[in-house]
Design a protein around this ligand. Sequence first.
Ligand code: AHR
Length: 618
Amino acid sequence: MKFEFARFLASWPGLGWFSSPCGLVSRQQHSAAPINLTVLRDGGNASSPFLYGIFFEEMDHSGDGGIHGQLLRNNGFQGTDPGLTGYKPLGDVEIKQDRAAPVSAAIPSSLAVSLHPRAMGYVGFANIGYDGVPVMQATYRCEFWMMGEYRGNLILRLTGSRSQHIYGEHHMTVRSRRGQFTRYEARFEARGAPDGENEWQLLFDARGVRGGVLNFGLVQLFPPTYHDRLNGLREDIASVVGELRPAFLRFPGGNNLEGLQIESRWKWNETIGPVVDRPGRHSNWDYPNTDALGLDEYLWWCEDMQMIPVLSIWDGKSYGKIVSGDDLHPFLTDIMNELEYLLGPATTHYGRLRAQNGRTTPWPLQYIEIGNEDDYTGGCDTYPDRLVQIHDTIRAQYPNLTLIANNMEEFCLPVAPLPGLMFDYHYYRTPDQLVAMFDYWDHQPRTDPVIIGEYGARNDSDPVGRNSDIVKMAAYAPLLQHFGFTMWSPTLIGFDSSPDSITPSTSYFVQRMFATNRGNTVHPVNSTAGFGPVYWGATSHDSIYQVKMANYGEESRVVNVRVPGTRAGRLEMLSGPRDVSNLPHNVNIMPAVRDINGSDEVYTVHMAAWAVAVLVVS
Ligand code: AHR
């Protein structure tokens, strides 16, 4: 039996928010006979070094209001009809979205703040972020553009929306002009707020205004960012993702790559450069995307977490229309421009643009996926044509790139196989269905390497909620959700604006246990029982062995694991009642780790009901 739990990690009932106390169960009643496993040293095969990775797309406010650091909502008035979402007036003023005062060609509106004749003292506006602004004890960085005649003091604040308690405040003197936007920037310290009901305020002295109106645009507020990057990721959320030690990042979608219409597809060239030049778009998940988390930011993210990038490119299919045949030609040019931007030397047109945007050397991009899920969403009539055109165009200039088809259905692929192609397979299933797939990949033809670009458990009761070397990559999906904006659940990690809200699901811990205990060789295992309800897989790396086990049953089981040539190590176990979940501010289910000694190379593991365990010995 050769598999590294590639599929098994997909399949835990305790997956997601709807699952499984924790801790090691060492003395339990076990009615069933013990299971004896013997890990064989020889006869195994390789395991892919990239197996455990992540998939990210903007959905559930995973990016804007999520892992991307910018905390203010509707800051560029993007999307189809943004209105005043996120804003409120402070004092004797009126606010409106002002289309006549664009900040830039890409940001065609600003916020006009008009003073009432009786306005006195400090007035202005607030932005309430994405269901509140997370206020931590930290240094915040703020940016905004301002236009209109004003000379005087300006106050930036982080304030409790109900309590009006001030957690951080910064005073600055500005001299702003009529008819011209000027950019301002400030840093200030904040004390931690007890909850998430906070807002960012900008106040100015009514006496300093000439002309009765001031305009503000592209307001931005950042807490500390991961690896201190400008326009970077939120440090707190990104660190939890980083603990998964993901081997790869597949991005930027998912459905969100495709566009509800051709025009609203994810356009790489509108997600690069200064944020003030990024127009954003109305996304497939039906909310505006700022695209502040753009192509380069994804690649910095890969660099900072040492992940290999798996870039999905648009293949001609939107949810509205599909372009194929000769009509695809302009988009082939666009794909080649995108690749020149990523891979070309700084002497090329687009390579130079990349260098201007802060990255001189080409990005280390090797894997490119052509589109997303054509098999699920009506693209199969034309996908073979589009795939061949895109494949041949890329291959002609970049023969060494690894290309990935977005499905593995015969009826959706060209009749003549394309050499070197990989295949992406997605599945969202119930826990029972996922467990039933435990040997699915054992039957995959060895000529067709796959990636599992997305898999996940679905909760039916709440809908909103031998080939390990051939299964190259796998990513649980979706990755992140803002609890205030959930369209798809469960995800691996959730959060909101309140302190300590970052909530790893039980599936997160399964991923972390497996990904932080990787092997590069899969070993055969002899056993005294068949698979189910207990499942297992064994790997090694140098002289360290990893045995991953899961008990998909009500009864605890004793498993005696013999690992030749080893003496001791540690056992990490995640367990709990079948239907208990990790919930916001209530993370009960966490793995526990303990040292374990072998007796004549045998380790006795008490697998609790619904437990997942990793035994690491040498
Ligand atoms: O992960 C959510 C969605 O599921 C992705 O956008 C899509 O590729 C899949 O159908």
